[in-house]
Design a binder for this molecule. Sequence first.
Ligand SMILES: Cc1cc2nc3c(=O)[nH]c(=O)nc-3n(C[C@H](O)[C@H](O)[C@H](O)COP(=O)(O)OP(=O)(O)OC[C@H]3O[C@@H](n4cnc5c(N)ncnc54)[C@H](O)[C@@H]3O)c2cc1C
Length: 405
Amino acid sequence: MQPLLTPGQQELVDQAGKLADVFAERAAVHDRENTFPHENYEDLREAGFLRLSVPEELGGFGAGLPEILPVLERLAMGDGATALAFTMHLSPLGQWASVWRRTKAPRLAEMLVKAREGDLVWASITSETGLRNDITDSKTSAVKVDGGFELTGRKSFATNSAVATHCSTTARYEDADGGPRLLLCQIALDQPGVTIHPTWNTMGMRGTQSNDVELDKVFVEDAAVVHSLPVKHLDARVLETVWAWAMPAFSAVYTGIAAGALDWTVKSLRQRGKTGDPVLQDVIGECQILIEASRALIYRHAEEVTSRRLFTGDVQDGVARCSMVKYVAANNAVQVMQRLVDVLGGMSYTKALPFERMWRDVQASTFMPMGNLATRKLVGANVLGVRTLPEISPDETGHDSRAKA
Ligand SMILES: Cc1cc2nc3c(=O)[nH]c(=O)nc-3n(C[C@H](O)[C@H](O)[C@H](O)COP(=O)(O)OP(=O)(O)OC[C@H]3O[C@@H](n4cnc5c(N)ncnc54)[C@H](O)[C@@H]3O)c2cc1C
């Protein structure tokens, strides 16, 4: 059962499908060898997909969330690792494009044009061992120097760092006026002081090559500090740029892996002449229903972002809503894989077949932000009317967010 898409969405999904089928052929090798699928990225580049979310006025395809999400899902049906790596480029560019449409900020236009030209590939590198990746604080230090800051720290899970030219990252500016602030900065990955350590050796999502990145006195000019907020605050701009885009994007990727596994299982059952078995029909039906339930929430969310309704309420409610989409999609994907194991038996367990890789890849979904525990806690607190952190509301946020006294 395919999603019912608009002609524009369908055209992009068909293109993504051609790429995904090729990526599927290559996925086993990258999984086994623990290598980044550089040739997939070249195919994405050649197909123009690296400028998918660049606005049409700036020479891109102008894809927003409703177009990006089915593309990510279809790519993930072939190879989840490539789709997740691509997300780290596509999603930030989409965020900038939506802000640029409202503000026409020259710096954003410049970056989007660079991306269109293929001179800019993005990554979002904020995770640190021992600190929840909720964009409220950082163990990386930012020290004020002439014209900017020097960042020192170590980041983990740097997906897409194998091909990215630049990334966004976070650091804590301890000595800021009025108390410590979290800086959201943009850095070039080839600049002095940046070292990528080949630490990635995981159970699944191996092709993402999400290695550690060490920052040693990395200089960030003032203009590249794109946002700052007091630490341990929920900020309206972080909701709009990070949570609103990353959560549905991750959701689409993990839904795509599960949809790919279902598709593969259905083909296998057809080949073996087993489609008439009512027990198997029950399982396949249940899996399809779980996937459709995820899609329903993902696309409801996309509509709430596009219409900007998500940004009219309070910030905690908005972050809880974003996290809930990812929670449902991740847990439904895990459940789909488990139910398909019941159907496939030993075929699910052999490295000779692709299902086993998909099964492992999906396991990353529930602890990627916002993780299961954190989401349930946030949603529960929100429903109960408990404030988890102080908020910076839409009229208080900005380049330099401050709560009104
Ligand atoms: C395949 C993959 C790719 C990734 N790519 C990127 C990337 O490109 N950039 C990036 O910055 N990060 C990336 N991440 C990392 C991600 O952002 C998270 O930081 C990471 O998955 C969480 O790691 P952790 O379990 O070490 O962290 P923690 O956040 O420390 O979580 C540990 C566990 O504690 C739980 N927990 C326990 N008690 C509580 C509580 N009271 N409240 C809330 N939670 C609690 C959490 O739910 C979680 O399950 C990626 C992760 C994966 C799996």
